[in-house]
Design a protein around this ligand. Sequence first.
Ligand code: GAR
Length: 177
Amino acid sequence: MKKIVILISGRGSNMQAIVEAKLPLRIAAVIGNKPDAEGLAYAQAQGIATAVVDHRPHATREAFDAELMRCIDAYAPDLVVLAGFMRILSEGFVLHYSGRLINIHPSLLPAFPGLATHRRALEAGVKIHGCTVHFVTPVVDHGPIVVQAAVPVQSDDTAQSLAARVLQQEHQIYPQA
Ligand code: GAR
């Protein structure tokens, strides 16, 4: 059975969707970069191994990434799944997991890479918004697209209401990917 490791920074609802999908794979570990990432408690309650690699004590991005790689590689995963992992990863890290590192992003890439995607989508006046699962390459929020889902933008949407509509789709497409 294939093994995955999931990386989170906070709530972890996409990680939870993957767990609840009961896919034919083993979730070897959920790793957070913040000790208080809410999703870690959920994973623990499910009996999944958890670990924290705190980015704050590391002087450089490369030092943090090296520590994170050591932690991930101890589980020998087939696939590393970024699920709301809010750290930019160094080129060395990305190349180390080339072809087995995927991310979910809350926009229809290549539109709106980066942060605040829902606010920027509203400001741009797009009528369709959504989410993307893609392989990670050294260019942030680029890389081959695996699956996307679109949602309509409504005239009375706020960033919050749009985010909630997109998040429902994220929970569908990430397990599918
Ligand atoms: C999700 O909307 C995910 O697409 C986004 O953060 C949220 C995490 O929610 N990821 C990014 O913006 C990555 N750049 P979750 O912790 O509940 O899964």
